[in-house]
Design a binder for this molecule. Sequence first.
Ligand code: IPE
Ligand code: IPE
Ligand code: MG
Length: 246
Amino acid sequence: MGLFAKQKAEQQALSVPQHIAIIMDGNGRWAQKRGLPRTAGHAAGCETFRRISNYCREIGVKYFTVYAFSTENWKRSQEEVSAIMNLMEQYLREAIRDMQKNRVKICFFGDLSRLSPELRALAEDAVNQSHDFEIQANICLNYGGRDEIVRAARVFAQECADGKRKPEELTEELFSQNLYSAGVPDPDLIIRPSGEVRISNFLLWQSAYAEYYFTDVLWPDFDEAELLRAIESYHGRSRRFGGVKK
Ligand code: IPE
Ligand code: IPE
Ligand code: MG
């Protein structure tokens, strides 16, 4: 059986998680290993993102969330940051062009106010033109889990200060509605390539009961087979959510 046919068969045998999230890490090291500038790694990583997001759509993943740029990534050189932002612009132009073919709802998690007006306008267009589609891709851009929680707390505090809410009314459900992820079910599976075994401020609130999959593969080398391995591993887990499995 060819690799693709094998993957198809495997994919049919496994039901896919409803929500998969990926920390797209390892672009810099991928480039370094080849004697290329880090920016070349980001370009390669962007290709992988296109490929894996298409694949997720094909196999029926309903929600796909990717960590593209963190609130801490501004510490990097101006050259690297603008290369990443340029790749994002390029990707969004394509996504807008192919919107009717791909039919994916694009959402952003993160504070977009710090982005260039051009990138912000493209992000807004992509969101506005795709909001009726069912499959959802969430792009975490200038995203930090702690930042997200602080912002949600601020919204609630303001509502209390305005007399619209009382502190004792706050529940997990209500708090969740002020997060970027409002209305999106928690991730079932979070994948981190590149060999790092940490979450780096990704989906701190939402990952409470997520299953993690870590792999040494660098993001630009990540492929369909690796995704299927992650899904297979996920199926071997016993999710108890604090209860006891019968
Ligand atoms: C992930 O790859 C992309 C971003 C964080 C924007 P890195 O650039 O972090 O790659 P490494 O970890 O240096 O290899
Ligand atoms: C996490 O990767 C952020 C993204 C992939 C966008 P980092 O490379 O920034 O994380 P650390 O620095 O290794 O923790
Ligand atoms: Mg990294």
